[in-house]
Every structure is written in structure tokens, then in C-alpha cells.
Design a protein around this ligand. Structure first.
Ligand code: TRP
Length: 354
């Protein structure tokens, strides 16, 4: 006997949702991989939810000695400074939404253990932590399940994330399908889609990998709080090769530098440097780096100015959170009640939506 798969229809107004972990300072990887897309998306005809994933940061925060409260408020100040607008998007803190851990628990019962275990993010992160004698926890292992709770609690349609998060999103989709299959009588969960244009890898400065402090150290990362001098110093120290060779493929460190130039500079500037490379010109990498540093500074300076203004103060962030958490919790409670009913916890569902 074949039964038709139960599929939730997309929301009439698409729901867009994304978040960043407060694991340190916000850098250009966060900006180009996430925040920039938040700003574009809030201008479209979507319902946008952008949050700070402090519970996710707890997977490593004790070992990294991070003050989660301060770090979370700071991430939200940068959201505002970059232009995320609380009148166009719901901006909130993950841990303020008390229902999310309940979703997490229920979804963990149908989360595919094999797929979670195969996550490259977990393999890499746990290996890195073990070499540093840091504690690897069940919370870190179950990171994708909590991420599914973040996404599925509001039936999000579209999730703008970087390339490294696509595997997690696939797990969220599988969890949604399983829920609909096993339970979905009253409540159906939408299968969230990635936003293709957002799924990029922002390269770092010191070699092969992405822009991340944990994989490349502080010299690999440009923070939104860096001074022009710090930016210049880090960019000038970036890894290069000895010069282009006509007909040879470009080395990875150079691919990375051109990608960074493309992200920060106007396209003519990018094309000009690429053309110089293609002709085999020698000894121009210094100018290339200068151009990268200048355009990074030009991008970052106005953001910093706003960050230090009253519109982006910690007090302003707190006001925004006070207003948004009630709204987000209401959405969460409605959906949780539907799920609880389907999962035969009617007695709890009644408490949430009498
Ligand atoms: N894991 C994401 C990252 O590190 C952050 C995150 C947590 C997230 N929950 C999410 C992103 C839900 C999108 C949707 O970048």
C-alpha cells in the first residue's frame, strides 16, 4: 500500500529566518555570509525573523570562555549597525523563546542519528576541540537538531545561510518530512529551503579555508570593529604566491584574495586586477592588497559609526528584544500546540492554546 506523502503548503507570505552564533566578534564572514542578505531580504515581500543563536554558542562557550549575554547583545548591535531594521524584521534572542528547547526535545525523537553523525561540521569541530583538550558534548553533537528547532518552530520557508550550513539545513528538511509522515494530522511542517545566493564561502586571509578565527587565528579574520590600521596590517600579511604564471591555474591563496576583492570592491576594480593577473604581470600583489584593504575600510567605517550611535546601543537592543520576544513566542506556542496535539500530548497543547 502506498500512502501519499503529507506535504505542508508554503506560507502565503514566505517566512525567512536566519541567525548567527555569538562566539566572539562579528567579522566580514558573518557580514557577507549572512547579515548582508538579511538587509536585502527585509526589503522584500517576506516575513523576516533574524536572531542571535546564543543556545548554539553554548555548545562551545564554556570552553571558549565567552560571556553569552554580552556577546549576544553585541551581535544584535552589529545587526542594527549594518542596517537590519526592527520595523521590517523580527529581531530576537534564541534563548528568549522558551518554547524552542521543547521543539528541540520533540524533534530529537525523530532526528536521523546517522545523518547527524555524518555532519562534517561536527567531525571537524570535535576533532579540533579534542586536539585542544576541550570538552566535546552531546549538545555539540546535537547542534543540527537545535538548528532544526530554530527553523521549524515558525515553519520557515527560506533560510539564508553560508555553504557550511547546508548539511544542517538538509537535516532540518528530513526532520520536517519525518514529522509530517509520522504525525502531521493537524499541524504540518514546511520543508525549509536554502537561499542559493547566500550559500557562499567567504575566504579567510591566511591560506585555504573560510574566514574563521577558530580555523585560521585572528590574522585570518577582519572584524567589523577593526581599525583601518588593523585591516591594512592583516590584509598586507595575507598569504600569496610568488606571482602569476600565464597558462597555469591560479593558486588557492590568490583565488581567496580575488574573491575578497570581488566582495568589497566595485566590479571594474575586480576585473582590472583579474586582467593584470591573466597577463602574467609581476609584482602587483601589494597594490592588490592595498585595494582590498581600502575597500574593506570604506565598507566598515560607516557601519562602525552607526554601531557607536544611540540607535545601536545595548539599551536600544534590549527594548527591541522586550517587544519582539512576546511576538515570536506567540508564533512558537501556536505551532507547538499543533505539534503536541499530533504527538498525543493534548493535555499540554490545551495549556498553550486554550
Ligand atoms: N548554525 C548557524 C551558523 O553557525 C547559526 C544558526 C543557528 C542558524 N540556528 C540557525 C542559521 C537557524 C540559520 C537558521 O551559522
Amino acid at each position: 500500500m502506498t500512502t501519499e506523502a503529507k506535504v505542508a503548503p508554503p506560507n502565503p507570505t514566505p517566512i525567512v529566518l536566519s541567525g548567527i552564533r555569538p562566539t566572539g566578534e562579528i567579522h566580514l564572514g558573518n557580514y557577507f555570509g549572512a547579515i548582508r542578505h538579511f538587509i536585502d531580504l527585509q526589503e522584500t515581500d517576506n516575513d523576516c525573523l533574524f536572531f542571535v543563536a546564543d543556545l548554539h554558542a553554548l555548545t562551545t562557550a564554556m570552553e571558549d570562555k565567552i560571556d553569552l549575554d554580552a556577546a549576544s547583545i553585541d551581535v544584535l548591535r552589529w545587526y542594527l549597525a549594518c542596517g537590519v531594521d526592527p520595523s521590517k524584521a523580527l529581531i530576537y534572542r534564541q534563548s528568549d523563546i522558551l518554547e524552542i528547547p521543547f521543539f528541540n526535545l520533540l524533534l530529537s525523537m525523530i532526528a536521523p542519528e546517522g545523518e547527524v553523525r555524518r555532519c562534517t561540521t561536527f567531525k571537524e569541530k570535535s576533532a579540533d576541540m579534542e586536539t585542544k583538550n576541550k570538552m566535546v558534548t552531546v549538545g555539540l553533537f546535537a547542534y543540527p537538531v537545535l538548528m532544526a528547532a530554530d527553523i521549524l518552530f515558525c515553519n520557515a520557508d527560506i533560510v539564508p545561510v553560508g555553504e557550511d550550513q547546508l548539511q544542517h539545513l538538509e537535516i532540518a528538511r528530513e526532520i520536517a518530512r519525518r514529522y509530517n509522515h509520522y504525525f502531521g494530522d493537524n499541524h504540518l511542517i514546511v520543508e525549509p529551503q536554502p537561499l542559493k545566493t547566500a550559500a557562499i564561502r567567504v575566504p579567510g586571509l591566511v591560506g585555504e579555508g573560510k574566514m574563521s578565527k577558530s580555523t585560521g587565528g585572528p590574522g585570518n579574520v577582519i572584524y567589523l570593529s577593526d581599525t583601518p590600521k588593523q585591516i591594512r596590517k592583516k590584509v598586507m600579511a595575507a598569504v600569496t604566491d610568488t606571482g602569476p604564471v600565464v597558462g597555469e591555474p591560479m593558486s588557492q591563496p590568490m583565488v581567496n584574495l580575488y574573491e575578497l576583492l570581488k566582495l568589497v570592491a566595485p566590479s571594474e576594480v575586480y576585473e582590472e586586477y583579474l586582467a593584470r593577473h591573466a597577463t602574467g604581470e609581476q609584482k602587483f600583489y601589494g597594490y592588490l592588497k592595498q585595494a582590498i584593504a581600502e575597500h574593506m575600510t570604506a565598507l566598515i567605517e560607516p557601519i562602525q559609526a552607526r554601531y557607536h550611535s544611540a540607535e545601536c546601543s545595548a539599551e536600544r537592543v534590549q527594548e527591541i528584544l522586550d517587544a519582539s520576544s512576546a511576538k515570536v513566542r506567540k508564533i512558537a506556542q501556536k505551532n507547538l500546540a499543533g505539534m503536541l496535539k499530533d504527538m498525543k500530548f493534548e493535555h499540554l497543547a490545551k495549556q498553550l492554546a486554550p
